[in-house]
Design a protein around this ligand. Structure first.
Ligand code: NAD
Length: 250
C-alpha cells in the first residue's frame, strides 16, 4: 500500500536502526521521500548493500552504517561516523527467538533482550549528545509490539523486551519532555514482510481473519505512524504507545 501522507522533513536528520529491510526499510524510504536525510544502521552488510542500491535515487540524502546494536563499541563508532546531528531516532532493530517457556533457554532469552531492549539503550544513550540542541522538535520513536502489551504464547523473551521498551519510552517521555523531545512507541500487530509473504496463502488468510479490519498490516502502516509521530503536528503526543494492529486485541 502506498502512503499518501505529505509531511515534509526537509533539513531534518533521521536514524533508523534495523533499516536495511522489512519495516525499518519502509520507514527509511518514507522519511527519504519526505525530504529527510536518513542514516540506516543495520548489522547485515548484505541487506545494507541491497538497501543502498534500492534507495539509489536518494543517495544524496542517505548514509548507512554497519552497526550491531547489541555492541556498545559498534554503536559508538557509528555515532562518530555520522555526517550530521540528529533530529529523529527510530529504534526499530529487533529479532525473535520463539520457544514456549518450558523450552526457552538462556541463549534465546539473552539474544532477544540484548537486541530488542539493551540495543535500544545502547543506541539511544550513545546518540543522546548528538541530538540537535537547538531543535524543540526532537523525536525518539521506539518500535514495540502488540506482544509487549498483551503477551503471546512462545514469546516470553520477546514480550518482556517489548514491554521493557514501553517502560523506557514512558520514562524518557517524562525525563526528556522539557528538553524538547517527545518519546513514543509504536506497537505493530501482524505486519506483512518478506518473511510473512512467503507463508502459505491459507495461513495468511486465517491470520487476517482474526483482525477486525480483515487484513494484515503493511510496512507502510507502521511507517505512516512513525512519520506522524516525528512531525511537528504531533508535538503534544509524548510517552504514549500507538497500537497499529487493525484492532486485533479488541
Ligand atoms: N513484522 C511484524 O509483524 C512485527 C510485529 C510487531 C513488531 N515488529 C517489530 O518491528 C521491528 C522490525 O521488524 P521486521 O519484521 O521488519 O523485522 P526484519 O527481520 O525484517 O528486520 C529487522 C532488521 O533489524 C536488523 N537487526 C537485527 N538485529 C540487529 C542488531 N543486533 N543490530 C543491528 N541491526 C539488527 C536486521 O538485520 C534487519 O534488517 C522489530 O523491532 C520487530 O520486533 C514486527
Amino acid at each position: 500500500m502506498s502512503s499518501n501522507l505529505n509531511f515534509s522533513f526537509n533539513g531534518k536528520n533521521a536514524i533508523i536502526t534495523g533499516g536495511a529491510q522489512g519495516i525499518g526499510f519502509q520507514i527509511a524510504l518514507q522519511f527519504l521521500t519526505a525530504g529527510a536525510n536518513v542514516s540506516i544502521w543495520d548489522y547485515s552488510a548484505d541487506a545494507l548493500e541491497k538497501a543502498k542500491s534500492e534507495l539509489g535515487k536518494f543517495s544524496g540524502q542517505l548514509h548507512t552504517a554497519q552497526v550491531d546494536v547489541t555492541n556498545r563499541e559498534s554503536c559508538q563508532k557509528a555515532v562518530a561516523s555520522l555526517p550530521w546531528n540528529v533530529d529523529i531516532l527510530v529504534n526499530n532493530a529487533g529479532i525473535t527467538r520463539d520457544k514456549s517457556f518450558a523450552k526457552l533457554g538462556a541463549e534465546e532469552w539473552d539474544a532477544v533482550i540484548n537486541t530488542n531492549l539493551t540495543g535500544l539503550f545502547n543506541v539511544t544513550k550513545n546518540l543522546f549528545e548528538k541530538f540537535n540542541a537547538s531543535s524543540s522538535h526532537k523525536r525518539i520513536i521506539n518500535i514495540s509490539s502488540v506482544v509487549g502489551l498483551y503477551g503471546n504464547f512462545g514469546q516470553a523473551n520477546y514480550a518482556a523486551a517489548k514491554a521493557g521498551v514501553i517502560g523506557m519510552t514512558k520514562t524518557l517521555g517524562k525525563e526528556l519532555g522539557r528538553k524538547g523531545f517527545t518519546v513514543n512507541a509504536v506497537a505493530p500487530g501482524f505486519i506483512m514482510t518478506a518473511m510473512t509473504k512467503a507463508m502459505p496463502k491459507e495461513v495468511l488468510e486465517q491470520m487476517a481473519g482474526k483482525v477486525p479490519v480483515a487484513r494484515l498490516g503493511e510496512t507502510s502502516d507502521i511507517a505512516n505512524a512513525c512519520l506522524f509521530l516525528a512531525s511537528e503536528q504531533a508535538s503534544y503526543i509524548n510517552g504514549t504507545v500507538i497500537s497499529v494492529d487493525g484492532g486485533i486485541v479488541l
